[in-house]
Design a protein around this ligand. Sequence first.
Ligand SMILES: [Zn+2]
Length: 107
Amino acid sequence: MPRIADKQFTERLFAKAEKLIEEGRISQVSEYLFYVIGFHGKYFVAVTEGNIRCNCAGFQRRGVCSHVTAVLLYLLREDYKEKLSEALRKRIKQNLELIRRGEIPSS
Ligand SMILES: [Zn+2]
């Protein structure tokens, strides 16, 4: 399985993630559990300090998906980031940077 995604894949991933946020498709279920109404189904994204995962097929296959990316971006927005612990904020930034570079964050 390739660990490095191509640039086009990464660009699409971020474009989709932004769209999910803009269209208000993310809602918070519990402290770090999010419900995402995707373009092809409804999914859960769980974010903890040690682990970020989604239950969609794309994530199972590639270890990354637009839902996870959307939730990470969403968590770093102004209205939310004050609520994050420093460790978690740091980890979210690192994960986003990896995804941006086309690498799959290890979970
Ligand atoms: Zn997903």
